[in-house]
Design a protein around this ligand. Structure first.
Ligand code: SF4
Ligand code: SF4
Length: 89
């Protein structure tokens, strides 16, 4: 999953269609930011309220995946990272 996340070109196309990003305009509340949060968690990095807020608020609508030119399974990455976070709690 981490190698897939690393295919992210940070183009930002996904942010334009993400409802949570468009609601608050904060990077950690959109797919691009969530992917990097997920990467940190899956890589064993520290968790914080900021990370939990980012990953827990994804609606799993998959609008981001429809426009991602790298075909990254964004929701799968977020869900996997969520599970890892909750397992640590
Ligand atoms: S659309 Fe895909 S490649 Fe572009 S920033 Fe979003 S996740 Fe990364
Ligand atoms: S699946 Fe999550 S990150 Fe992707 S567009 Fe929907 S709310 Fe945003």
């Amino acid at each position: 999953m981490i190698s897939e996340i690393d295919r992210c070109a940070r183009c930002g196309f996904c942010e334009a269609v993400c409802p949570t990003y468009n609601a608050v305009r904060m990077r950690h509340m959109g797919p691009r930011g969530r992917l990097q949060m997920a990467r940190a968690v899956l890589d064993g990095g520290v968790s914080s309220r900021y990370v939990v807020e980012s990953l827990a608020t994804c609606l799993r609508c998959r609008a981001c995946e429809l426009v991602c030119p790298a075909s990254i399974r964004i929701v799968d990455a977020i869900v996997e990272a969520r599970k890892r976070l909750y397992a640590r709690a």
